[in-house]
Design a protein around this ligand. Structure first.
Ligand code: ZN
Length: 179
């Protein structure tokens, strides 16, 4: 039994539900729809946890199990990753990065560049929310787990997966994991 977050690609719609097998659930959803979906995260929980999430994100409810992506949903998605959750327990400011990634402004049918959002070519990027707190740029070296390249990579992987994929942009391939 697990909680899942499934995004409809190219939109800011995310389905929050529970299933015995989220991968199979996603395949079923894909078979019955002309839209393309991606499994953003799988977390621990069942019906009870699903109800709690639905209540928590009620303001962003669209219909059925579908919600509008938000900064707080970004945080919930990030915390499904146990390695990220461990780092965030040591350094809660990392959650601001997840909030920024989840809350990016993007309009359906319009070009979007994940790399621009990450690096902040238009101002401050998602990356700027976390680089002072994790990896080699962290000044406070008292918690070694937060200072290594491994910790940075975990945060990068999770936050870049929360950002929507590049579409119709002119960057050279976007961030890792884009299609
Ligand atoms: Zn791009």
């Amino acid at each position: 039994m697990a909680i899942y977050f499934i995004r409809q690609k190219g939109t800011n719609l995310v389905k929050i539900g529970w299933a015995k097998d989220p991968v199979a659930r996603m395949a079923t959803l894909q078979t019955g729809s002309p839209h393309e979906f991606e499994l953003m995260a799988v977390g621990e929980g069942g019906a009870k946890e699903e109800h709690a999430l639905h209540r928590r994100f009620a303001d962003d409810h669209v219909r059925g199990e579908w919600f509008r992506m938000s900064g707080e949903i970004g945080v919930a998605v990030a915390l499904c990753n146990p390695a990220f959750a461990r780092l965030a327990a040591l350094e809660p400011r990392l959650l601001d990065g997840a909030r920024a990634a989840g809350g990016v402004d993007h309009e359906e049918g319009r070009p979007f560049c994940a790399a621009a959002e990450w690096y902040g070519w238009k101002g401050s990027g998602v990356k700027d929310h976390v680089t002072a707190f994790v990896g080699w740029l962290r000044k406070d070296k008292s918690v070694p787990e937060l200072c290594g390249v491994e910790a940075y990579d975990i945060v990068y992987d999770v936050l870049s997966s929360i950002l929507p994929g590049c579409r119709g942009c002119n960057c050279l391939g976007g961030l890792d994991g884009d299609e």
